[in-house]
Write a protein that binds this ligand. Structure first.
Ligand code: ADP
Ligand code: MG
Length: 605
């Protein structure tokens, strides 16, 4: 061992950067948090090339003075903490003054910022942490930071990144989480030039949930709250019927900060005892509010975990809020009410507020969409109603978090109407929907969803290993050391799905066969998706989870036109009632009656 050196500031920053900015998604989180801390009312996040090409965060917050803009990128430069006393009660998302230093050390940055009342703004450019240019500029009040070529000077880190698509998804998930924590801030995410989500910033949690997680998810949530001693928990939990295959949709926020907490997960799941199947997990969006002094946020490098001074009170309140929500769900769904004593949170009746979503069980909900197009309710007419006030944009895709439980068919449901004259295939629209005329209705079928279901059912019925197809030329897939290891550990499982792969030197595998029906160009994205699931681990539905992925990738894609016979075949299966939901629980068809169309055209009133 040789003599001890003090690391140069740049090297120290590079090392620190590894902790703070592990991947592009971490930079998105830090920048968005800075905008929120700056009091922004609206923030736009743009990412392209998986976040390594560009992350730009633009806000209308308090901006920076020219002096501050010059020092903001120094390590431990922060306006949020003055001395150690401040650490005892942190009210901002940032406080260590590390993020900008860490991000700038591994990228090229352009900052434009202006304070309210200032005559002009300041523009600073940096490369690998060094200021290149600094001067006056014209710009709106607020701050815009563009981060380009992330990790350009740290090839080791770059090598560990996954595909642009996968990193882009992580970025979107990070933005989603921050946005969900702060319904009072309007957040827009533009991903590769397309708007992926937009929250209205109206301070209503339901609006944020609705626009970020989608109307389907929102419609199935139950609202609950619980007030303890100096502590409040409120928000939404899923119905026991809508159990999911993993914990990916459990969101906890402490004073607006997204956190991970096994203790809170356990408290939540405790509330579902005996109502959820084993291996199923609830979803939740729960906001915990307590005094900043009662929580230590300085215990984790990425600030993703916190320490409560009274953890039992918090777990008790989370349990209480979840129970309050479940007990309000009508009928046989809710568990018997016998609240065990958990923690020291004040007992007594929880104080449910006004309900955020109309309560419907999953079955009623889908029935409404499929059977009841005449209903004028917003959620039942996705095709024809004007965009709802707070969900004008598409829903962000979250990795690993697909809903996995198709609602149980309701035995009490009325039988399908008898079809008298044969259905007529009208054609395909928008590359996505099959249109069939059935009696006096139009049935629109989501061809991807329907095909996915057909394939999924077929795979599930197959005994033994699934069919495989050899590739004409082998493909290499280089997910990196740890990931390759994981693939190889699961070789048997992958082979059973129809893959043939073998190690190919450092951090790579060579792929010789893929599951039958999988297009070779989808092989690598499919493996990436499976890797994600392998990483999450073997829950009760592990095998089904993998089959979902295989079916989804093999199914005909929306946006590409298909052969008429193919469409006809799918339409037949849907109309016969054989398939109703895609494996993720979305309906495969929507019916619009002639009466409904006539009403829309004002032929009848
Ligand atoms: P921290 O957030 O922990 O203070 P950062 O490195 O993230 O550390 O930011 C350093 C400082 O730069 C912040 O304390 C703040 O003063 C300033 N700053 C960063 N982003 C913004 C922004 N979007 N608007 C205004 N000021 C900002
Ligand atoms: Mg910060």
């Amino acid at each position: 061992m040789s003599k001890i050196n003090l690391l140069s500031p740049l090297l120290a920053d590079l090392i620190a950067a590894g902790e703070v900015v592990e991947r592009p998604g971490s930079a998105v989180k830090e920048l968005l948090e800075n905008s929120i801390d700056a009091g922004a009312k609206s923030v736009t996040v743009e990412i392209s090339g998986g976040g390594t090409a560009l992350i730009r965060v633009t806000d209308d917050g308090c901006g920076m003075s020219p002096e501050d803009a010059g020092v903001a990128f120094l390590r431990h430069a922060t306006s949020k903490l003055a001395d150690e006393r401040g650490l005892e009660a942190i009210g901002t998302l940032g406080f260590r003054g590390e993020a900008l230093a860490a991000i700038s050390a591994v990228s090229r940055i352009e900052l434009k910022t202006r304070e309210p009342g200032a005559d002009y703004g300041t523009r600073v450019t940096l490369s690998a942490g060094e200021i290149q240019e600094m001067g006056k500029c014209g710009c709106p009040v607020g701050t815009a930071i563009a981060v380009r070529d992330l990790f350009f000077n740290t090839p080791a880190r770059r090598k560990f990144l996954r595909s642009d698509r996968a990193e882009g998804t992580f970025c979107a998930a990070a933005a989603l989480k921050s946005a969900l924590g702060r319904p009072e801030v309007s957040v827009r995410l533009i991903h590769d030039g397309k708007e992926e989500f937009f929250t209205p910033g109206d301070a209503l949690p339901r609006s944020a949930v609705y626009s970020l997680l989608g109307r389907d998810f929102a419609a199935r949530l139950l609202e609950g709250s619980f007030a303890g001693d100096g502590l409040e928990v409120g928000g939404f939990v899923s119905s026991p019927r809508a159990g999911r295959g993993n914990r990916g949709l459990q969101f906890f926020f402490v004073n607006g900060r997204p956190i991970r907490s096994p203790a809170l997960q356990t408290a939540l799941e405790q509330a579902y005892k005996n109502t959820l199947l084993t291996g199923r997990f609830p979803a939740c969006v729960l906001y915990i509010t307590l005094s900043n002094a009662a929580v230590d946020v300085n215990v984790h490098p990425a600030k993703a975990e916190v320490k409560f001074s009274d953890e039992r009170a918090v777990t008790g309140a989370v349990y209480g809020a979840a129970r309050a929500a479940l007990e309000r769900e009508a009928g046989p769904v809710a568990a018997p009410v016998s609240a065990p004593t958990v923690g020291r949170g004040a007992p007594g009746a929880p104080a449910p507020k006004q309900e955020f979503f109309q309560r419907m069980d999953a079955d009623q909900f889908w029935q409404k969409i499929i059977k009841d197009p005449g209903d004028r309710e917003r959620s039942s007419l996705p095709l024809h109603e004007p965009a709802p006030v707070y969900a004008p944009s598409p829903i962000v895709q979250i990795p690993r978090e697909k809903p996995v439980s198709a609602p149980e068919p309701n035995p009490a449901r009325k039988p399908e109407p008898v079809i008298e004259s044969p259905p007529r295939l009208v054609g395909e629209a928008l590359g996505t929907y099959i249109i069939v005329e059935v009696q006096d209705s139009l049935v629109l079928i989501d061809k991807h969803a329907a095909h996915e279901r057909v394939l999924f059912d077929r795979l599930r019925a197959e005994k033994g290993p699934h069919m495989s197809q050899a590739l004409l030329g082998p493909l290499t897939f280089s997910p990196g050391g740890a990931e390759t290891e994981l693939l190889l550990q699961n070789l048997e499982t992958l082979e059973a799905l129809g893959f043939a792969l073998e190690p190919y030197g450092e951090g790579a595998v060579v792929l010789r066969a893929v599951p039958a029906d999988t297009d070779p160009s989808d092989a690598v994205p499919l493996l990436e998706e499976l890797l994600e699931k392998l990483r999450v681990g073997r829950g009760a539905d592990f095998k089904e989870e993998l089959l979902y992925s295989v079916a989804c990738k093999a199914a005909i894609k929306a946006g590409k036109s298909s052969e008429m016979e193919e469409l006809m075949e799918l339409a037949k299966r849907v109309l016969s009632g054989e398939i109703k939901y895609c494996p993720h629980g979305r309906p495969v068809s929507v019916t619009i009656t002639k009466k409904e169309l006539d009403k829309q055209f004002k032929r009848i009133v």
